[in-house]
Ligand binder design. Structure first.
Ligand code: HAM
Length: 424
């Protein structure tokens, strides 16, 4: 036998046993987003590398060491590590921002060469929402409210909201200087990573998970003291609006995010169910990004959730997904019986769109098929034996309730399945 081909590290197969949770998340999100006026887009997973350099930032971990980049006959292309840059690129490429606002959502795979661990993968999936062309704090609050409602509808209860404002690029510049001075005074305490960040991106030192730096980081001056008045007013308003609709949050002055395009509001939903990878959904305002990518000045805000993480939290919390149990299972052994059953199944599918119907495996005997029908969780077995074929009828056996088996015509069978589906 030839050697088995191994999967790529950090890239998972999502198999059928996981699908009910993925499908439920997708369905609940799609309906919720539509109710807030968001429209779905589907975008390429490959983009020009420059797109991510110019948006996420060359000095970020993502761009400096985690991208899957390759040369395609002279073009440098990258598998998208996130969805915001591509969404803005697509809005600009297609002229969607000419005197227009856009509320868009996207779902799909993202790629980052991170060290794989629970909740952190090299191919993972995001659902992201982006509101382009909206400056008001109401839209920050509305987007956050939408995420809170999503948790409620999914029955996910462990997510806690952390909120911060990182002001405008100009106000951050002053603060960066102050931070560099603070950390430079204690250079000998910094680890290698933080020393690198000191020159390039000092804000990211605040994000360090190194416990040895805890005290030094706690002693660092706060960004909130350097925010410009407009950012402060904007942030106050976001907090007021969230208070009005009873969305609780914790102010986290150290929350800075790992992508460079943010301004003003940033937030993260975190949970204690996933170990180190605690963020299940994160986002914020990125008022400068559209212009940075060649468009006109356009305010924008959005967030993305990690599907794998949300599913893992739902499972850790014991939230079941509606399993797709069959409505009926056709049981037939023997040549003429299987031919009748095959035709019957196609007729039922045509008459009752959406009916979940399973057909017994031809190789299995009658008894084995009936056992499988019972195990499948189906409500009914539709039994086709020699007598049924002769009479042109079906024996309908309830697998969940104690009722006598009934011999019914095809028409009666359609009606019975229709009624029980309606009352289900
Ligand atoms: P992000 O924080 O990089 O933000 O990712 C958003 C979410 O994706 C995280 O909260 C996490 O749940 C999930 N995630 C990130 N990396 C991984 C990974 N390696 N494995 C599994 N899940 C992961 C963004 O991507 C921004 N584009 C969000 C945004 C949208 N901001 C504005 N609009």
């Amino acid at each position: 036998m030839s050697e088995l081909i191994q999967p790529v590290k950090g890239m998972n197969d999502v198999l059928a046993d996981q699908s009910p949770w993925w499908d439920r998340l997708d369905a609940v999100a799609a309906e919720l987003f539509a109710s807030y006026g968001y429209q779905r887009v589907r975008l390429p997973v490959l983009e020009r590398t420059d797109l991510f350099k110019r948006s996420i930032g060359e000095l970020t971990d993502i761009v400096s060491k985690e991208m899957f980049t390759f040369d395609d006959y002279g073009d440098s292309l990258t598998l998208r590590p996130e969805g915001t840059a591509g969404t803005v690129r697509a809005a600009l490429s297609n002229g969607l921002l000419h005197n227009q606002q856009q509320k868009l959502w996207l779902a799909g795979p993202m790629f980052r060469r991170e060290k794989p661990q629970k909740g952190r993968y090299r191919q993972f999936h995001q659902i992201s929402v982006e509101a382009l062309g909206f400056a008001e704090p109401e839209i920050d609050a509305e987007l956050i409210a939408m995420s809170a409602r999503l948790w409620r509808e999914l029955k996910l209860s462990s997510a806690k909201l952390e909120l911060n404002s990182i002001g405008t690029a100009a106000s951050r510049q002053v603060y960066k200087q102050v931070l560099v001075e603070h950390f430079s005074r204690h250079r000998e305490l910094l680890d290698e990573e933080s020393l690198r960040r000191l020159d390039r991106n000092p804000l990211r030192i605040l994000d360090s998970k190194n416990p040895a730096l805890r005290e030094l980081i706690d002693a660092a001056p706060l960004l909130s003291a350097y925010l410009d008045d407009e950012s402060l007013a904007h942030f106050d308003r976001v907090q007021e609006l969230l208070g009005d609709i009873d969305v609780p949050f914790r102010l986290n002055p150290r929350l800075v995010r790992g992508l460079d395009y943010y301004s003003r509001t940033v937030f993260e939903w975190i949970t204690d169910r996933l170990g180190a990878q605690s963020a299940i959904c994160s986002g914020g305002r990125y008022d400068g990004l559209v212009a940075q990518l060649g468009g006109r000045e356009t305010p924008a805000v959005g967030w993305a959730l990690g599907i794998e993480r949300v599913v893992e939290v739902l499972q850790a919390e014991g939230v079941g997904a509606a399993e797709a149990l069959p409505d009926a299972h056709v049981v037939a052994a023997g040549d003429a019986e299987r031919r009748f059953a095959f035709k019957l199944a196609e007729l039922l599918r045509a008459r009752l769109p959406g009916l979940r119907l399973a057909l017994g495996a031809p190789a299995a005997g009658f008894k084995a098929q009936l056992r499988r029908a019972d195990k499948s969780g189906a409500r009914f077995a539709l039994i086709v034996g020699a007598a049924e074929v002769e009479a042109g009828k079906i024996s309908l056996k309830s697998l969940r309730e104690d009722q006598p088996q009934r011999l019914v015509t095809v028409e009666e069978c359609v009606e019975l399945l229709r009624q029980t589906r309606r009352s289900a």
